[in-house]
Write a protein that binds this ligand. Structure first.
Ligand code: B12
Ligand code: SF4
Length: 525
């Protein structure tokens, strides 16, 4: 008989200081769904599990340490992704130094695709769980309880033996996601938003995304959807028992190639008439393919779609291996607009090969689809968008390395066109000025909280003004670097400062009014 283990699962703080994802109600900080699934699965097997959600609660080492000291934990599990890798290394090393007897396990996307690196950055790491964690972690916890240091025979585990990293055979992914218990709730947004996973996997194979590398490592059919009635009963539970009003579907991409599943979901939601609003992520080609279903989903409560459009330059779409066209991007945005659905856009203006003329053309296309001025959308200023970044394990990373373009900087490369390099250098300094202001305007995400709707609307006006100013700045910067003028970054930005100050003043004024209503500081720059 296996004894129950005392387990602490930690969603570590993100590495990024500035996060653009603050705009929409549907992009509020949420709990890690991976740890939620892991926790409920382990609890069903009789273990005792606590989950520490650092990003939404803003927890740091002091808080984590307090929890560990007070918890008599036997196993600590950390989730590692490209956006928290540095903090995971710091945290893992600190935990092993302070508590060498606690078994340290890590899992997640990065643990799966960069196993050796994980053991290098945390030399005392005990185990790495590869791919989906539920079954593997359960078997590993059983082995740890039996003091079986070398987990031979447990598929999906990597560990160190005599200084060598041993990677056991990968485990086949679960074929039926409906056998899993609902994820443990470890954090609920104060705005009544919760996340749901309707399936695992994506039918896209974009080069910048680690999905394709991840899939290659796993065994079995990766794209799976839960039964629609199971999803609807999870939504019902969140709405009825946890006062949830907004659901954000955190799937790679909501639509699947299986039309029956999409129709089944619409029909189940229709039958249950749940009073809830929701958001999804979707590819442009899927939005076109499922136009009728989108219309029906809008009737049921679909309010926001995040579209991975990526670019309005076909060469970039091809480099990103998006499998879509510029025309499809425009059509998908129009379908959403025509149906009163708010739209978020994934856009990556810059790649290593981009020339300054393409940057300008992309900006023009964004202007045409109303990026800056439309109220229906929910975009950050263009300057806050990231260039395509070198995500560990992606085929884009391979491409950079094979072509000798890889550089160990924040994005993984330099731009070949020196004009783009100049554009980016100046834009980064400008972006640092925009972050706090954009964040302050983004309070409008809470416009759904009716009592200060009127102020939120005015903040949205300022946000639009900020986007318009920024797009003007980018156009002008493009022109100026095209003419190869000698540009001094600080001086250049100084000439735009006054316009920024005007928006800032308005936002401060609105924030003061908000403070009075909320009785707290809404904005400190
Ligand atoms: C929802 C989501 C987001 C949300 C919210 C993230 C959150 N708080 O959970 C938002 C929109 C904020 C987001 C943002 C970003 N994201 Co994101 N996101 C996702 C997405 C689509 C789903 C995550 C999820 O819930 N999955 C479902 C659960 C069930 O799976 P899971 O997390 O993999 O967990 C399982 C296993 O990994 C394992 N496991 C996980 N942790 C642990 C721990 C232990 C101890 C064990 C044993 C096992 C284990 O077991 C779990 C259960 O089976 C994933 C893609 C994906 N398919 O996972 C990308 C993904 C995680 N994001 C990614 C990226 C790059 C980003 C951004 C950096 C993008 C950007 N450029 O802005 C930002 C950065 C975030 C930040 N603020 O700093 C990458 C990470 C790549 C990598 N190599 O690590 C992914 C994998 C997408 C991709 N395919 O490239 N993201
Ligand atoms: S569609 Fe999205 S989740 Fe799917 S492979 Fe492309 S970027 Fe990744």
């Amino acid at each position: 008989m296996v004894k129950n283990m005392n387990i602490l699962l930690i969603n570590p703080p993100y590495d990024f200081k500035n996060d653009t994802v603050v705009d929409s109600l549907f992009l509020q900080p949420v709990q890690s769904m991976g740890l939620g699934y892991l926790a409920s699965y382990m609890e069903r097997e009789g273990h005792h599990v606590n989950v520490l959600e650092c990003p939404p609660n803003n927890l740091r080492w002091k808080d984590i340490n307090e929890e560990i000291m007070g918890g008599s934990y036997e196993i600590i599990g950390l989730s590692v992704y490209s956006y928290n890798y540095k903090n995971v290394s710091l945290l893992g090393n600190r935990i092993k130094k302070a508590y060498p007897r606690i078994v340290l396990v890590i899992g997640g996307f990065l643990a799966t695709i960069s196993v050796d690196e994980m053991f290098q950055s945390i030399p005392d790491l005990d185990y790495c769980v590869l791919g989906e964690g539920e079954e593997t972690f359960k078997e590993l916890a059983d082995a740890i309880e039996k003091r079986q240091v070398i987990p031979t025979g447990i598929n999906g585990v990597a560990y160190k033996s005599e200084g060598l990293v041993i990677i056991n055979e990968f485990r086949k992914v679960l074929t039926d996601l409906d056998v899993l218990p609902l994820p443990k709730i470890s954090y609920l947004s104060p705005n009544g938003m919760a996340a749901i996973i309707s399936g695992r996997g994506c039918h896209g194979r974009c080069s910048f995304c680690s999905v394709s590398t991840y899939i290659k490592r796993l065994k079995g059919r990766y794209c799976r959807k839960r039964n629609p009635s199971n999803i609807v009963s999870e939504i019902n539970n969140l709405v009825s028992n946890y006062n949830v009003k907004y659901i954000s579907f955190h799937d790679d991409s909501f639509f699947t190639t299986n039309r029956e599943w999409v129709e089944g979901f619409v029909s189940c939601m229709n039958k249950d008439c749940i009073p809830v609003e929701f958001s999804i992520s979707a590819r442009a080609d899927d939005i076109i393919n499922y136009e009728n279903e989108i219309i029906q989903l809008a009737d049921i409560g679909l309010k926001y779609v995040f579209v991975g459009a990526e670019s309005f330059i076909q060469r970039q779409l091809d480099l990103y291996r998006k499998g879509t066209t510029v025309e499809e991007n425009i059509r998908a945005i129009n379908i959403l607009k025509d149906n009163g659905i708010k739209c978020g856009l994934g856009i990556m203006l810059l790649d290593p090969y981009v020339c300054i003329e393409e940057v300008r053309d992309n900006l023009s296309a964004l202007d045409i689809v109303g990026y800056a001025r439309e109220r229906y959308n929910d975009f950050p200023p263009v300057s806050l968008l990231y260039p395509v970044t070198c995500v560990k394990g992606s085929s884009f990373e391979r491409l950079l390395k094979e072509n000798g373009l890889y550089k160990p900087n924040a994005i993984g490369y330099d731009f070949i066109d020196p004009k783009v390099q100049k554009f980016y250098q100046i834009q980064r300094i400008w972006a640092d000025k925009l972050y706090p202001l954009n964040k302050a305007c983004s309070i409008h995400g809470k416009a759904y909280l009716r009592e200060y709707y009127h102020i939120a609307e005015k903040l949205l006006d300022q946000k639009i003004a900020l986007r318009e100013l920024d797009i003007l700045f980018c156009f002008k910067l493009c022109e100026d670097v095209m003419e190869t003028k000698q540009l001094d970054p600080q001086e250049y930005i100084y000439s735009w400062q006054q316009k920024l100050d005007e928006i800032n003043e308005c936002v401060m004024h609105l924030s003061d009014s908000l403070d009075m209503i909320l009785g707290q500081h809404a904005y400190t720059s």
